[in-house]
Design a protein around this ligand. Sequence first.
Ligand code: 13P
Ligand code: SF4
Length: 308
Amino acid sequence: MQISEVQEKIRELKKQKDICILAHSYQAREILEVADITGDSYKLSVEAAKVSNKNVLMCGVHFMAETAKMLSPDKRVYLSHVDAGCPMAEQMEPEFIEQIKAGEPDRKVVCYVNTTAALKAVCDVCVTSSSAVKIVKAMEDDKILFIPDCNLGAFVQKACPEKDVMLLQGGCPVHAAITADELKEAKAKHPEALVLVHPECRPEVTELADFAGSTSDIMNYAAKSDAKEFIIGTENSIAEHLQYRFPEKSFYVMSKRLICPNMKLTTLMDVYKSCIEVGTETDREIKMDDELIAKAVVCINEMIRLGG
Ligand code: 13P
Ligand code: SF4
């Protein structure tokens, strides 16, 4: 089957089965084209709460589908590939965070959305990369433990000097692997290019960049900028999508290593198969118990309240 034929079948199934497809911007273009809502983690979590369809299919990684389920517990939520997880989401045990909280009860725990529901259940406020600084600034509390990403945490720490932000060792293995030398090499090849990076990169990389922001922030920056060349320091699909949208500008990847294998697991065929399986008993469906949802959704609702 041609790509366009598979896409047509997906569109028919969406109508027949009342499915809303949400896709993270790291997904392939042919998947974004059949999605109803595309964007970064913040947009997907806010929009997931508003969806009116009976079924939601998340094309991304597991914590994103779990977040959608928590925000729409009465809907059936499916993940496009059962093995698509985010290694960062699994990095910290809830019991370990509870121990820290017991020792410092006046320190509020802020968790990145890239966490399991079990970990969110012991945290006070959730953030995404596009809302982290705004939310930490908006919190009444001054003492904060930011988990699990120490690079995004360091970015927040720098932007919020008025707060006491404690960090633990954790982060995205894809973004954190990128070195300042790789940025310098890319810049040496393209001296006129602006460097745009994700705050999941190490501080020494973020500090050398012209701009650091979430996936959507990077895309908006490139769209509005008068510059003609950009080095993109986040998952390489973003450079590809930007090049397609703005053929008159040039986008270069900072490193060929900036590929998230988990986000790349989903293919258009997986989306098609997922749509076929919607409404049946399938491993792709997210099942969560009500008690866990009730505990974990508190910090997501707090994010939506503080994030506007
Ligand atoms: P954002 O979508 O918040 O930019 O995060 C990028 C990412 O790594 C998703 O897991
Ligand atoms: Fe997780 Fe990093 Fe992949 Fe995002 S890019 S899903 S944080 S491993």
